[in-house]
Design a protein around this ligand. Structure first.
Ligand SMILES: [Zn+2]
Length: 394
């Protein structure tokens, strides 16, 4: 058994000692002098839940700043795809490592990934001590034997960390995966009890092409195929109507809202108010570094809140605590991780945030400061599963 004591952390409006035993919070408000194997002086620091990034492509950190400020199709065909065609397994490793370092230093302990050469990304996650749901990506252009190999990978998956890494079945999108393979992916995900991670209704073009080819929108098409269910993580979901919002809510689909990527690629305006009102589960994702151009979930919270207010013309839309819950608790819940809140018995994932930083003063409202004012430089310590991934307080 290993114990970690956070001394004098600011939590729920008071200074408290927080004892972590192995991977879980044991005592909130432990007495002074409580012995522990490891002690961090958390005086002047707030204890907050860390971030759970529900949609990204980690290795694409290598494409940060490679191509910007152009239409999506030109961006993909002239820059991103030719670059990716030359990427080796060693590149995927370097990209994943860069992304993991970026995520940890900006307070993220979990990411849901969708990319290729997953072995390299898995090794990086294992080395860094983060949590991850790694997508086994399916696209129609892969050969039958490649598809078979991927299915075998899913069937024989054993988590080398004993609980931090899961695999997801990740058909890329309705425009890159045909109906037969989509149905197969849904069946496999259900059979193996895995999440299914897919891009959905990201651009107007995706919707128009789907209507032309299948006489219905992507959400209705996936629903007709029987793909949608409470194990589905749908990234973007920008172009949907009210009926589609009701379908997504009824099926229990988790939406990964990626405000920065949507705005930078001018993909469209995420209808937050409508989806929220329909009862959809909404989480936050950064998408890849190639279209964001960082993996900073704190920034993503602020952009999400500002975009929701600005697009609805209603400043009461997505208050700060709602943005924080989307970036933390909702993401953890969507992936069945018993974390995302600081409470006894929960998995010990947490951040210590420096309250002395100029952006965190004065402290009228901690959550407001954290969502609207701070930057990731205020992050002092990152803890995942009871282990310190980064700290400046030793
Ligand atoms: Zn994406």
């Amino acid at each position: 058994m290993h114990t970690l004591l956070l001394k004098n952390a600011w939590l729920d409006g008071a200074c408290k000692n927080v004892l972590i035993e192995d991977c879980r919070f044991k005592t909130i408000g432990a007495p002074d002098g409580t012995p522990a194997d490891e002690v961090i002086d958390a005086s002047g620091k707030a204890l907050l839940p860390p971030f759970y990034n529900t949609h990204t492509h980690a290795a694409m950190s290598l494409l940060r700043g490679y191509a910007d400020d152009m239409p999506l199709q030109r961006w993909l065909t002239d820059y991103i795809w030719p670059f990716e065609n030359k990427m080796t397994a060693a590149d995927i490793r370097k990209g994943s490592l860069l992304a993991a370092r970026e995520m940890i230093t900006t307070g993220t302990v979990f990411f849901s990934d969708m990319y290729f050469d997953i072995d390299e990304t898995i090794k990086v996650v294992q080395e860094t001590g983060m949590r991850a749901a790694i997508g086994v990506t399916f696209v129609e252009s892969h050969t039958k034997s490649q598809q078979y190999e991927k299915l075998e990978t899913l069937r024989h998956w054993v988590d080398p960390t004993g609980g931090l890494i899961t695999l997801t079945v990740a058909p890329h999108a309705v425009y890159t995966v045909g109906p037969e393979l989509l149905v197969r992916c849904a069946e496999v995900a259900r059979e193996l009890g895995m999440k299914l991670h897919i891009h959905l209704s990201e651009t107007r073009r995706e919707v128009d092409d789907c209507i032309r080819e299948h006489s219905m929108t992507p959400v209705r098409y996936l629903d007709k195929l029987g793909v949608l269910g409470d194990n589905v993580i749908a990234a973007h979901v920008v172009h949907v109507d009210e009926e589609e919002a009701a379908i997504l809510a009824a099926r229990g689909v988790t939406i990964s809202h990626c405000p920065c990527s949507n705005m930078k690629l001018a993909s469209g305006v995420f209808p937050y108010k409508m989806l929220h009102k329909a009862g959809c589960r909404i989480t936050l994702g950064t998408d890849g570094d190639s279209s964001n151009n960082n993996l900073d979930m704190r920034e993503e919270m602020k952009f999400a809140a500002l975009q929701a207010k600005s697009s609805s013309g209603d400043p009461e839309t997505m208050p700060a605590d709602e943005a924080l819950a989307m970036a933390t608790r909702a993401g953890a819940e969507a992936f069945g991780i018993d974390a995302g809140v600081i409470a006894e018995g929960k998995l010990a994932d947490a951040l210590l945030v420096d309250l002395q930083d100029v952006q965190m003063q004065p402290l009228h409202n901690l959550v407001s400061n954290w969502v609207y004012a701070a930057s990731s430089r205020c992050i002092d310590t990152v803890i995942c599963n009871g282990k310190v991934l980064m700290t400046q307080s030793r």
